[in-house]
Every structure is written in structure tokens, then in C-alpha cells.
Design a protein around this ligand. Structure first.
Ligand SMILES: Cc1cc2nc3c(=O)[nH]c(=O)nc-3n(C[C@H](O)[C@H](O)[C@H](O)COP(=O)(O)O)c2cc1C
Length: 326
């Protein structure tokens, strides 16, 4: 297994790590390991527009994240992931939302370690694709290393070798997913300790990494790092990853070219997906700029009218004028 492949990962984020956002990420970095959003096993199996939802348009290395807990469904999903040329299928054992709990998957599965073990081994034994898991460090208000250790001990009996850990507990009652990403305290030490217990497993650290400098430092201490919200608000920081983490240069420092390449991609998709979904990965450029609001309303107007060439000019002009540092 390539131990460097997951040195820098972009976390799965529902509503954000769409196929389109991933296209932008891939223009910005050839090396970052990408994730889809979490997609439920039922959606993967039965959605009429499956191609649109899980397409992997040469975005490797990339994992398909699935939510579910039924062996048969998960095996079928793993086979689909393999057919769509994903590098990995990842089981979500970290989402605390009420809807997901109701479906009996996500973080509540940390209380059912044998079921998770069996789901993972079912996928691994019936396909050739790499199988992995993303979990929290515990459930509820209190830290409990023994609970985490026993959970991981059971999980690795499935034979999986890669575990992404969002290093905070999930609180299943009373906190929505957003608060579950800020209120439970971080505890990187648990991830450090579990790695010492299982040195042959890759543990990728996730949670609260707010700068590339921190990410780089932590990547020396852990098998890899996974970042979510930093990429969500500033996807353009990905243009630094190949150099910083992999010592490889890429040609993406001509920022206008990034926009042109992304618009070429969009133009082929107009009519197949909503213009908002297509453009939303770029809209973050305007978030922290003083006149961002005005431009956003101009963009909104042009989006309504499907003025794609006009939109491209606005983006290019903005970037040229602002000398946006991306
Ligand atoms: C908008 C949003 C959507 C998310 N959706 C998912 C998801 O689909 N699957 C998942 O495992 N985690 C999801 N997460 C959690 C992230 O993957 C990550 O674990 C969390 O944000 C902590 O990392 P960060 O501090 O770098 O953001 C989501 C996070 C955000 C902000």
C-alpha cells in the first residue's frame, strides 16, 4: 500500500464535496486525496441519476463515502465504487445527524462495533477495492480511551488498514451536526495513542486543523491529515498542497487558467445540473473580499439568466483586478 497517498485528504462534506467541487479541487491539486459527500447505500443503489451523483471524472485518488449498515447493500455499493474506478470505499461511522441515526448508520454505529466489523469485512471480502472507515473517538460527553481502543480493536478484525478519525466525540442527543463539529472538544492524543497500539494501521487525523502550516506539522506526527472546513471556505489553498506535502510542482499558479479550465468543465454540464451547484465551489472566492457582496448579486443575476460567458468574464476580471491570492 502507498503510505503517502493519504498524506493530505479533503474531508467528505455533504453539500460541498460535490462532483463539481472535486473537479475544482483536482485542478488545484493533483495529489490531494479526495472524498465524495456521504451518500446512503440506498441512494447509491437505487437513485435514477446515480451517474450524476457518484461520477468519478478522473478525480483519483478518491474515496466514495457510503452511509449504511446492511451487508448486502454495502457489498453492492463497494462493487459499484470499484466499477466507477474509485480507489476506496469508506464507511461513515461519524455522522451524528438525527436522520442518519434514524436510518441506523453514522456515528451511532460506534455502539455496534461487531456490526461495523462485519459490514467492513463483507465489503472487503467480496471486492478488490480498498475498504476504510471514518469515525469519531467516542460517543457522549466523556472521553473514554478504553471505549475507543475496544472499538478499534474490533474493527481491525475486519482486515481494513485505513481509519480516518474525527478526533472528538459525537453527542447524539441535543446537538445538531454543526454543533457536533465544534462543541465536543478535540483530543488528538487519542489518535496518537491508538496509532501506538496498532502501528500497522494507517490513522488519518481529522478535526479542527485550521491552517496548512498546522496540517503540515501534524502530517509528520500522524499517517496523514484530513481537512474539511478550511477547504470549504478556501478551496484555493489546495494550490499549495502538491508542493508542500509532496514536493511536486504543478502549473496552477496562473489563476486565470484555473477559472478558464473550470468554466470549460461547467459549460459541458449546463442543463445536466443546476447552475448553482456548478458554480458554488467558486463562489467562496468572494467571501472575504470587501466588495464581495456587490459581485455576488451580479453573479446571482447572471446565474438566473444562465449567462455563462458573462459569468466567466466576471470571475476572470475579479481575479485579475483583486490579484486574489489563491
Ligand atoms: C458542511 C459539512 C458537511 C459534512 N458532511 C460530512 C459527510 O458527508 N461525511 C462525513 O464523514 N463527514 C462530514 N462532515 C464532517 C467532516 O468530514 C469533518 O470530519 C469535520 O468537518 C471536521 O473536520 P474540519 O475541522 O477540518 O472541518 C461534514 C462537515 C461539514 C462542515
Amino acid at each position: 500500500m502507498n503510505n503517502n497517498l493519504r498524506k493530505f485528504c479533503v474531508a467528505p462534506m455533504m453539500g460541498y464535496t460535490t462532483p463539481h467541487a472535486r473537479k475544482l479541487y483536482r485542478i488545484l491539486s493533483k495529489k490531494a486525496f479526495l472524498f465524495t459527500e456521504m451518500i446512503s447505500s440506498k441512494t447509491i443503489l437505487h437513485a435514477k441519476n446515480r451517474d450524476l451523483i457518484i461520477e468519478n471524472n478522473h478525480q483519483n485518488p478518491i474515496a466514495l463515502q457510503v452511509g449504511g449498515a446492511e451487508y448486502k447493500d454495502l457489498i453492492a455499493c463497494a462493487k459499484i465504487a470499484q466499477d466507477y474506478n474509485y480507489n476506496e470505499i469508506n464507511l461513515n461511522v461519524g455522522c451524528p445527524s438525527k436522520a442518519v441515526q434514524k436510518g441506523n448508520f453514522g456515528a451511532c454505529l460506534m455502539k455496534k462495533k461487531k456490526l461495523v466489523r462485519d459490514c467492513l469485512s463483507a465489503m472487503a471480502n467480496n471486492t478488490n477495492i480498498e475498504v476504510s472507515m471514518k469515525c469519531r473517538i467516542g460517543i457522549g460527553n466523556k472521553f473514554n480511551y478504553d471505549f475507543f481502543h475496544e472499538f478499534i480493536d474490533e474493527i481491525i478484525k475486519s482486515g481494513i488498514k485505513i481509519i480516518y478519525v474525527h478526533a472528538r466525540n459525537a453527542i447524539l442527543n441535543g446537538l445538531n451536526p454543526k454543533k457536533n463539529r465544534t462543541i465536543p472538544p478535540l483530543n488528538y492524543d487519542f489518535v496518537y495513542r491508538i496509532k501506538k497500539n496498532y502501528p500497522y494501521i494507517q490513522f488519518i487525523l481529522n478535526g479542527g486543523i485550521n491552517s496548512l502550516d498546522d496540517a503540515y506539522k501534524l502530517s509528520k506526527k500522524f499517517d496523514g491529515v484530513m481537512l474539511g472546513r478550511l477547504i470549504k471556505v478556501d478551496p484555493f489553498c489546495l494550490s499549495n498542497i502538491d508542493k508542500l506535502f509532496f514536493n511536486q510542482t504543478n502549473n496552477n499558479n496562473i489563476y486565470q487558467n484555473i477559472i478558464i479550465e473550470y468554466f470549460d468543465y461547467i459549460k459541458n454540464r449546463i442543463g445536466h445540473d443546476s447552475i448553482f451547484r456548478l458554480l458554488s465551489p467558486l463562489l467562496h472566492i468572494f467571501f472575504s473580499t470587501p466588495n464581495g457582496k456587490n459581485i455576488k448579486s451580479e453573479i446571482n443575476l447572471n446565474m438566473k439568466n444562465y449567462e455563462i460567458d458573462k459569468l466567466e468574464s466576471i470571475f476572470l476580471e475579479f481575479i485579475g483586478k483583486q490579484k486574489v491570492v489563491i
